[in-house]
Design a binder for this molecule. Structure first.
Ligand code: G1P
Ligand code: ZN
Length: 538
């Protein structure tokens, strides 16, 4: 049936889909408008196959029922849905590719907390399994501004719990095990026998699923297949509110895991993943690995895993990510690419086989096996490398720095800043950019300063205003950008980096002090926002 509607303001997808407060999504017509706009933007649903699933957070199931009814009314031929409406983001990406589907809806607000008073999100992934590129998200947004009606089947709910095929009107609905295909894919990428032998030899691990989507995946793969001791996976039952936690795998939000790893009782490896299973944290006994370093180390050692034995074609990293992986690319004699923040910018490079591995400083790493970042994939690649090299995490990191030098790195987040103040910070920086070159601030001389624009080498598209980057003589850099995933106010992110060719065991914040002060002096962030200390340091 057709339902008359009018445009709802603010349905502009951000870094990763449309993310809003759950109650906003629950308003009548809100989800419906966005889903219909997506159908309108992709040329309708007729005859299409779609993958549908989410991270299991509050409102996941009702939203899936609505999407299914709308898909049926829009002429979709087949919907493949994770049992109970659950699919991790990388598993959904894989299912799109495996089934040659036309795309998929992934319901998640990633690492943002879940619950009726927290966050919800929807993103559309395209045929290649990757997040809709900017050209498509712009079309979707444009469609939300002119929408007049949406289509929805007048049918009862589908039983999402029963694996098998059913129908909703003329649409076939196939309910699948969320883990099975993903599990099979991982077996093709890694040397499971070597990892099994590692665990059999007494290797110990803790994987914190943070009550989010990776619990079932991690139990099946790590414990039941690879032989990690039962109990390796903690917080393995997905909950609608993630146990009231903040399912973001970093030293702040995964503090219990960090505390364990820094204690005498630490296992050999600690790892965690986020709400929808695309982020990862890696920490060895007494040794936290920054995501930027993890990307570089994985790239340098990937050939030890069967899928990457022939080498990498190239490496891509988001602009704010440290230059550590560039050094690896240089040594390997392969290309490296710098893209804007957000996984959608890696899709073209992966499709064109220009890169094999990609990563972001925000705990995302992945490869050409899917078109999303993949938390468990990163953990399994680490395990494969540890199994072959027979060194500890700390030893592998130390060896990496000894070879390439160390990119000291930290990110400061200033959250819930009033939007106009946050914009004023960026505007002030923009105004100063042309005169910064050669100036000295806090003892550091500016060697380059610009606002990052990305020219996609595959489709020629240009993405502007992707963050201000200021480099200093001596290998320092500060980057400023506004978050595109928040649901309240603005978040100013300040990314600090300092290269060191020696002295690898210094205090991170102490090494970054000069860059921080230079960034403060140039940006006037404190004066313009009234904030001196960040809310979160990672
Ligand atoms: C953040 C991260 C970014 C990541 C995105 C989705 O986006 O910074 O790297 O791709 O979440 O997980 P932001 O809030 O900075 O726009
Ligand atoms: Zn995520």
């Amino acid at each position: 049936m057709k339902v008359q509607t009018t445009p709802i303001e603010g349905q502009k997808p951000g870094t990763s889909g449309l993310r809003k407060k759950t109650r906003v999504f629950m308003q009548p017509g809100y989800l419906e408008n966005f889903i219909q706009a997506t159908f309108d933007a992709i040329g309708g649903g007729t005859g299409k196959t779609l993958i549908i699933g989410g991270d299991g957070r509050y409102f996941n199931k009702p939203a899936i029922q609505t999407i299914l009814k709308m898909a049926a009314a829009n002429g979709v031929a087949k919907a493949i849905v994770g049992q109970d409406g659950v699919l991790s983001t990388p598993a959904a990406s894989h299912l799109i590719r495996l089934n040659h589907a036309d795309g998929g809806f992934i319901l998640s607000a990633s690492h943002n907390p879940g619950g009726i008073d927290e966050d919800f999100g929807v993103k559309f992934n395209a045929q290649n399994g990757g997040p809709a590129p900017e050209t498509l998200t712009e079309k979707i947004f444009a469609a939300t501004t002119v929408i007049t009606q949406y289509l929805i089947a007048d049918q009862g709910d589908v039983d999402l719990g029963a694996i098998g095929t059913t129908h909703l009107g003329d649409m076939r609905v196939q309910i699948v095990d969320p883990v099975e295909s993903y599990h099979a894919l991982m077996e093709t990428l890694f040397d499971f026998n070597a990892i099994r032998a590692l665990f059999a030899g007494g290797f110990t691990m803790r994987f914190d699923a943070m009550h989010a989507v990776t619990g079932p995946y991690a139990h099946a793969i790590l414990e039941n297949t690879l032989g990690a001791a039962q109990g390796t996976v903690v917080n393995g039952i997905p909950l609608e509110d993630f146990g009231k936690g903040h399912p973001d795998p970093n030293p702040i939000w995964a503090k219990p895991l960090m505390d364990l790893m820094m204690s005498d009782a630490a296992p050999d490896l600690g790892a965690a993943s986020d709400g929808d299973g695309d982020r990862n944290m890696i920490v060895g006994r007494g040794a936290y690995v920054t995501p930027s370093d993890s990307l570089a180390i994985l790239a340098a050692n990937a050939h030890l895993a069967p899928a990457y034995a022939a080498g990498l074609t190239g490496i891509a990293r988001s602009m704010p990510t440290s230059a550590a992986s560039d050094r690896v690319a240089e040594k390997l004699g392969i290309a490296c690419y710098e893209t804007p923040t957000g996984w959608k910018f890696f899709g073209n490079l992966l499709d064109a086989d220009k890169v094999t591995i990609c990563g972001e400083e925000s705990a995302g790493t992945g490869s050409n096996h899917v078109r999303e970042k993949d938390g468990l994939w990163a953990v399994l690649l680490w395990l494969n490398i540890l199994a072959v090299r027979k060194l500890s995490v700390a030893e592998i990191v130390a060896d990496h720095w000894a070879t390439y030098g160390r990119d000291y790195y930290s990110r400061y987040d200033f959250e819930n800043v009033e939007s106009d103040k946050a914009n004023a910070v960026m505007q002030a920086l923009r105004t100063k950019l042309p005169t910064l070159f050669g100036q000295t601030h806090a003892g550091l001389t500016v060697s380059a300063a610009d606002e990052f624009s990305y020219h996609d080498p595959v489709d020629g598209s240009v993405s502007e205003n992707q963050g201000v980057r200021i480099s200093f003589d001596g290998g320092g850099r500060v980057v400023f950008r506004l978050s595109g995933t928040g649901t309240q106010g603005a978040t100013v992110r300040v990314y600090l980096e300092q290269y060191a060719a020696e002295g690898f065991d210094r205090d991170v914040q102490a090494v970054l002090q000069d860059v921080r002060h230079a960034g403060d002096a140039i940006s006037e962030l404190s004066a313009l926002t009234g904030r001196t200390e960040p809310d979160v340091i990672t």
